[in-house]
Design a protein around this ligand. Structure first.
Ligand code: PHE
Length: 448
């Protein structure tokens, strides 16, 4: 209801402590872990890349995650309003708005990919996926048709519906069911993959680092992905932070979310690389990896249609819980700005996001040819702009705000002096420099 935002105290809805941890893990675990992480690990050096990603996640990702949570809880507003409230300066509202716009853009194409996973779950369970063995051809003709629009609409409807139901009977409730279910099913699949004959080669590709494969670019990709994977720089964690109870320990929550995200990435790798190697597929084939390689692998497994269906359902669930957290970012802003209720704001924003996503849905597979600029499709531009430009920019804004412009950080974060000093050092010096490098690299200002 509209009264859930108090003019003085800001957001009045609250997560339960356990529900918040699950919702935050639900936000971080998504297509990033199970679709993007395996293919970029395949492209940027296997185990050595995984190690870099882990290091970036721990030394930069976790401090920024804590900063977003602290800002959100102290500010109790949308990603824009919280910054204004805590600094007392209107200009920060504009900076916060960059993240809000970024979240909107991410969701517009994220929902398209989430829709593909729903289509694949459906095809796998019905057995249709395995009626021919031309998986690459199937993927190509599917994304080149108009069907992805239907699935994109389904994703936006479900996402909008969960967000409309609110923090406790929507977001928290569905994460409580979906996230524990997800880990059980993933472990089942990992056991299946690891017991395949010849799984060892895939495991060593994923876990035995060969440092000669690392480049400067792979380090930047690893840092950028740590941000994407932990849902940072887009105001998602900051907005969830606005609903966190005073009693919750933000330090513990940060550790829980970080280890949750790593665990799901580890499980995804342990499923995908053994199957990729056992079935002689190419790990560096890019975005098609899970949609092309895995059906081939599942088709050759006993009970493959069943395991395949399960995998794609998982992917859809993981994507949905992330999509919910992304939609909440602009919805919180619309509610504050126009004084609308949750349902209206969610329906309006989800519909707008669906419209903005249409060119992505039809450009990536060429259903409508020619929606491209400078050699990149509309879909690729949305991905590039949001992940590589807006996300590091949003990250930079958070680190500078927490490091230099907000005096209340120490109190809100609730850390001991030693940890707080370490955190402040990361916020002031390490994170801005490294995140700034990522931004300058992708903006084309610096090259290696
Ligand atoms: N972390 C999500 C994933 O890994 C994506 C995401 C990005 C969610 C930014 C919120 C904000 O799929």
């Amino acid at each position: 209801s509209a009264s859930a935002i108090d003019p003085k105290q800001g957001m009045t809805e609250r997560f339960s402590q356990y529900g918040f941890i699950l919702a935050a893990i639900g936000s971080s675990v998504g297509l990033g872990n199970m679709w993007k992480f395996p293919y970029i690990t395949g492209q940027y050096g296997g185990a050595a890349f995984f190690l870099l990603f882990t290091i970036c996640l721990i030394i930069i990702g976790l401090p920024v995650l804590l900063a977003e949570l602290a800002i959100g809880r102290a500010g109790r507003g949308s990603a824009s309003t919280s910054l204004v409230r805590l600094s007392g300066k209107k200009i920060w509202g504009g900076f916060g708005f960059i993240s809000i716009a970024g979240a909107f853009i991410i969701l517009s194409y994220y929902a398209v990919v989430a829709g593909w996973t729903m289509h694949y779950a459906f095809l796998s369970f019905s057995g249709q996926l395995f009626s021919s063995s031309d998986y690459g051809g199937h993927f190509g003709s599917f994304i080149g048709s108009y069907w992805p629009i239907v699935w994109q609409a389904v994703v936006m409807l479900l996402t909008g519906w969960i967000v409309a139901r609110g923090v406790s009977s929507g977001i928290e409730k569905y994460n409580r069911i979906l996230i524990p279910g997800l880990v059980v099913l993933l472990i089942l699949l990992a056991v299946r993959a690891l017991t395949l004959e010849g799984a060892g080669e895939g495991v060593s590709f994923f876990l035995q680092p060969d440092f000669s494969k690392l480049t400067a670019e792979s380090a930047l990709v690893a840092l950028g992905h740590a941000f994407f994977s932990l849902s940072l720089g887009m105001g998602a964690i900051m907005t969830y932070g606005a609903y966190v109870d005073r009693k919750q320990s933000l330090g513990k929550a940060t550790l829980a979310v970080g280890s949750g995200d790593l665990l799901y990435a580890l499980l995804a790798g342990l499923i995908i690389f053994p199957t990729t190697f056992v079935f002689g597929l190419e790990p560096a084939q890019g975005p098609g990896l899970v949609f092309v390689a895995l059906p081939a692998a599942f088709s050759a497994m006993p009970l493959g249609a069943w395991f395949g269906g399960l995998f794609f359902v998982l992917l859809a669930i993981a994507a949905l819980t992330s999509a919910v957290s992304i939609l909440e970012v602009p919805v919180a802003w619309v509610r504050e700005k126009f004084g609308w209720g949750r349902a209206g704001a969610a329906a309006f924003t989800a519909f707008l996001c669906f419209l903005v996503g249409l060119p992505s849905a039809v450009s990536v597979g060429g259903a409508v040819p020619g929606i491209e600029f400078m050699g990149k499709t509309f879909f690729d531009w949305m991905d590039f702009l949001s992940s590589n430009i807006i996300l590091p920019l949003g990250g930079l804004i958070v680190t500078l705000f927490a490091g230099y412009f907000w005096k209340g950080a120490a109190k809100e974060a609730g850390l001991s002096t030693w940890w707080f000093n370490l955190w402040l050092f990361m916020m002031r010096w390490v994170a801005p420099v490294l995140v700034g490098l990522v931004f300058l690299y992708y903006a084309g200002v610096i090259r290696f």
